[in-house]
Ligand binder design. Structure first.
Ligand SMILES: Cc1ncc(COP(=O)(O)O)c(C=O)c1O
Length: 416
C-alpha cells in the first residue's frame, strides 16, 4: 500500500498514540500496571451515581431514548443544549453569548484538529503557525497538524519557590508574534504542569492577540467553569477574540467524547462546517448528560462540592507522599495550581527523562515522559529531558507503590 503524505504523517510514530496505548494497556488490559500516565480522570463515585440516575431516566422515557440513540444531532449541536449553555454562560459567567457562539464537537481533541488546520498551515504565499506562549504544553496538539512547521513555542521563565517547588512563567520578552503567527494557544490550567496562567498573563496575551489581529485560543479542558479543577480563584472574561474550548472529559466523562467551543460567530460557523464533513454529526450521549446536569442546575454544584474537593485532597496527599519518599533526592515539583498532575523536575538526572520513563515502565510504573510536551521548542535545553508528569487519579495504594518505586530508581541513578 502506498500512503499519501497525509497517510504517512498521521500513521508515523506519535506521542499521543503512545500515550493512549499505555493508557489502554493499564486501564483495559493489565490492571497490575501502576498507572500514573495519560490524562484519564479519576473514578468519582458521587459523580457516577448522578450519571446513573440520568441514564435510567433517559432509558425509561421512550422519546428521550429515541433522541439519544435514534436521531442525528444538528450540525452545531443539540438545540436544547445550546439554549441551556447560552443561559449558563450568560448567567454564571456574564458572557454575552448567543446560540451561534457555541458549537459541540466529538471531544475537544477533534475541536483542536479543526482549529489547528483551519488556522495554521498554507495561506497561499505564507505558511502560518500556532504560537504556544508557554511551553511545556499539551502534547496532544503536536501530531494534529497536516504538515510541517505548524507550531512554535516560547521557553518559559522559571521561578524557584521554597525548597522544592518551582513555577513556569510566560517570558513576554521572548514571545515573538510575527505576521505568520496564526493564533496564540494556551491550556489553562496547563497540561502537563498544573500551572495556571495568571489573570494578568491572560490579559496581556489577550491584548497582544488583539493588537496582532489573531485569536487567543484557551483550552479549558481542566478549567473553569467546568470541571474547574483550579485550586485558586481565577478570572476568565469574555472576549470576542478568544476561542474557548471546553470538554466534558475531565468532569468524569472521557468516554462520551464531547467538546464545546465558545467563540465569535464566524469562527463557530466555519468550525461547524468542517466538523460536519469530518463527523457528520456529534454523538448524543455527552450532550444528553450535560443537558440533564444543566436542567437540574447541578453542574456547578457537582464541580464545587464533588470534583474539586476530591482532586484537592488527592493533590495534597500525593505531594506529602512524594516529600516523604523523596528525601535525599534532588527534585522540584511545579506549583500544583490546577488539573490532576504533578510535574517533577530532576535537575541533576544522569539519564534523559525518556530513559527514566522506560526504566519505570519495566518496573510496572507508567508515568509520562516530560520530553514530548516540549514539542514546540526545537532548540536544545537540558530542562526538556529532566521532567516527568504523574497523574494522581488512581487510588492511594497505587500512588504509594508508584512513588516509592520512582524514588528508588532515581536514588539508584544518583548513586551509580
Ligand atoms: C489540555 C487538554 N486539551 C484537550 C484534551 C482532549 O480532551 P478530550 O478530547 O477528551 O475532550 C486533553 C486530554 O487529555 C487535554 O489534556
Amino acid at each position: 500500500m502506498k500512503l499519501s503524505q497525509f497517510g504517512q504523517q498521521l500513521t508515523s510514530d506519535s506521542g499521543i498514540f503512545d500515550l493512549m496505548a499505555d493508557l489502554g494497556q493499564a486501564l483495559n488490559v493489565n490492571p497490575n500496571l501502576l498507572f500514573l500516565g495519560g490524562g484519564n480522570p479519576a473514578k468519582i463515585d458521587g459523580f457516577e451515581q448522578l450519571i446513573s440516575t440520568y441514564l435510567h431516566q433517559i432509558a425509561d422515557d421512550p422519546k428521550a431514548l429515541n433522541q439519544l440513540v435514534g436521531i442525528y444531532q444538528s450540525p452545531q449541536g443539540s438545540e436544547v443544549l445550546l439554549d441551556l449553555l447560552v443561559d449558563y454562560f450568560n448567567e454564571e459567567y456574564n458572557w454575552p453569548v448567543e446560540r451561534d457562539n457555541i458549537a459541540i464537537t466529538n471531544g475537544s481533541q477533534s475541536a483542536f484538529f479543526i482549529l489547528i488546520n483551519m488556522l495554521a498551515g498554507s495561506h497561499g504565499a505564507s505558511h502560518k503557525h500556532f504560537l504556544f506562549p508557554l511551553v511545556p504544553e499539551y502534547l496532544g496538539y503536536s501530531d494534529q497538524a497536516l504538515g510541517e512547521g505548524y507550531f512554535k513555542g516560547c521557553k518559559p521563565k522559571i521561578e524557584l519557590i521554597g525548597d522544592d517547588l518551582f513555577k513556569y512563567k510566560i517570558d513576554f520578552s521572548a514571545l515573538d508574534i510575527q505576521s505568520d503567527t496564526a493564533a496564540l494557544c494556551i491550556s489553562r490550567p496547563t497540561n502537563p504542569t498544573g500551572n495556571m496562567v495568571s489573570d494578568s498573563e491572560l490579559n496581556q496575551l489577550s491584548e497582544l492577540a488583539r493588537a496582532h489581529e489573531i485569536p487567543l485560543i484557551i483550552d479549558c479542558a481542566y478549567g473553569a467553569p467546568f470541571p474547574n479543577i483550579c485550586y485558586q480563584p481565577n478570572k476568565h472574561p469574555w472576549d470576542d477574540n478568544h476561542i474557548n474550548v471546553f470538554s466534558l472529559s475531565k468532569l468524569g466523562l472521557p468516554a462520551v467524547r464531547t467538546g464545546i467551543v465558545v467563540a465569535d460567530k464566524p469562527v463557530i460557523e466555519r468550525l461547524v462546517k468542517i466538523n460536519t464533513i469530518m463527523s457528520l454529526a456529534n454523538g448524543n450521549l455527552g450532550p444528553a448528560l450535560l443537558t440533564k446536569l444543566l436542567q437540574n442546575n447541578q453542574l456547578n454544584a457537582v464541580c464545587e462540592d464533588v470534583i474539586l474537593p476530591f482532586y484537592q485532597q488527592k493533590r495534597d496527599w500525593v505531594i506529602a507522599q512524594i516529600r516523604q519518599s523523596f528525601t535525599g533526592i534532588q527534585y522540584r515539583i511545579h506549583q500544583p495550581e490546577g488539573a490532576f498532575f504533578v510535574w517533577l523536575w530532576f535537575e541533576n538526572l544522569s539519564i534523559g527523562s525518556t530513559e527514566l520513563y522506560q526504566i519505570l515502565k519495566q518496573k510496572g510504573v507508567l508515568v509520562m515522559d516530560g520530553e514530548p510536551f516540549f514539542f514546540a521548542l526545537p532548540e536544545d535545553w537540558p530542562h526538556k529531558n529532566q521532567c516527568l508528569r504523574l497523574s494522581y487519579c488512581q487510588n492511594e495504594n497505587v500512588l504509594t507503590q508508584a512513588v516509592e518505586i520512582i524514588a528508588e530508581v532515581v536514588r539508584d541513578l544518583a548513586s551509580s
